[in-house]
Ligand binder design. Structure first.
Ligand code: COA
Length: 288
């Protein structure tokens, strides 16, 4: 039987059953397997992929939609991967064109690696910002945090979801409702009985990723980050919007180091919705 051409292989929706094949694909491109993250994205978002007749996946990506189901306000694209053996043969372009057309009028956003950026630019995505990836063991200074934090309880979830929607600019219920199970720690910052910020730390390979990180101001963001760091022995990773210079300097003074920075890109909008002053870090760069 002749080998079918790459261009004729169908693009299909991925499910949680594809988790292992997705992790294999990550590994194929030298990325960590990140099964826990794939699990979140394949359930909270929609996976798209192409089966390899020889086994495994030729390509994959995930799209997480936010806002009303019938007309999402925003969709985040992530984990765009093409198996190394099929690279540079137009598969990435075909998969991304499929996503752009499947999402119709919904504005799109993504964090682009330098490898993916030329393709997104060709499709009409524009750079609208940058996020700096920080990693390392947090070194506490022993100062008493100026803002009180505590573990979130089930009763906090409606208020957390309301604050998240206000700051993110779209309803992120599919992510927020999964955080208590997905994250190892979910904490809120409070002032006079009102929640003024929240953050999660979730396990990813040997690190704990801090995100989302939403806070009224830098001091609140620092208190949340420090309180999460105090509850893990693992190195932290977080991706902070470069406009939050104060938080970046503070984190670097506490042991985190810059690994790289990714371009934040958008299609169909020139700025993300919501309040960027209170939005410090995404849940993951793959889901915004
Ligand atoms: C980025 C990626 C998905 C592209 O998939 P692909 O199927 O190899 O790309 P295509 O063949 O469709 O190429 C489309 C265009 O992207 C650009 N491009 C793709 N790979 C590139 C590379 N290694 N360096 C520079 N430009 C590249 C080129 O402009 C290319 O067009 P051309 O071949 O006509 O010059 C793939 O390289 C990959 O999986 N990379 C590792 C994971 C990653 O970084 N993903 C992006 C996350 S944001």
């Amino acid at each position: 039987m002749p080998t079918p051409s790459l261009a004729s292989l169908p693009i299909r929706r991925l499910t949680l059953r594809d988790l292992n094949a997705c992790a294999d694909l990550s590994e194929d491109r030298g990325w960590p397997r990140e099964e826990h993250k794939w699990g979140l994205l394949l359930t909270a978002g929609k996976g798209y992929g192409i089966d390899d007749p020889g086994g495994g996946l030729v390509a994959a990506c995930v799209v997480t939609e936010y806002g009303p189901r019938e007309q999402p306000a925003l969709a985040a694209v992530g984990m765009v991967l093409v198996a190394g053996r099929h690279a540079r043969r137009g598969v990435g372009r075909r998969l991304m064109r499929h996503i752009v057309s499947a999402m119709g009028a919904t504005p799109l956003t993504l964090h682009a690696t330098s490898c993916g950026r030329p393709l997104y630019e060709e499709l009409g995505f524009k750079v609208i910002g940058r996020a700096e990836m920080l990693r390392g063991r947090f070194v506490p200074t022993g100062d008493r945090p100026e803002v009180a934090t505590r573990a979130a309880t089930a009763e906090d979830l409606p208020e957390v979801a309301r604050l998240d929607e206000e700051v993110f600019g779209a309803d992120r219920t599919p992510i927020v409702t999964r955080l208590p199970a997905f994250a190892d720690h979910l904490r809120v910052a409070e002032e006079n009985g009102r929640i003024i910020g929240y953050a999660a730390a979730w396990p990813n390979m040997e690190t704990h990723v801090v995100g989302p990180l939403i806070a009224r101001d830098t001091t609140t963001a620092e208190a949340l980050l420090a309180s999460l760091a105090a509850r893990t022995d693992r190195p932290l990773r977080t991706d902070i919007d470069v406009r939050h210079e104060e938080l970046l300097s503070w984190a670097k003074a506490h042991g985190l180091a810059s690994v790289t920075s990714n371009a934040v890109m958008a299609y169909g909008i020139t700025e993300l919705p919501g309040d960027r002053n209170r939005r410090f870090a995404p849940v993951t760069v793959a889901a915004a």
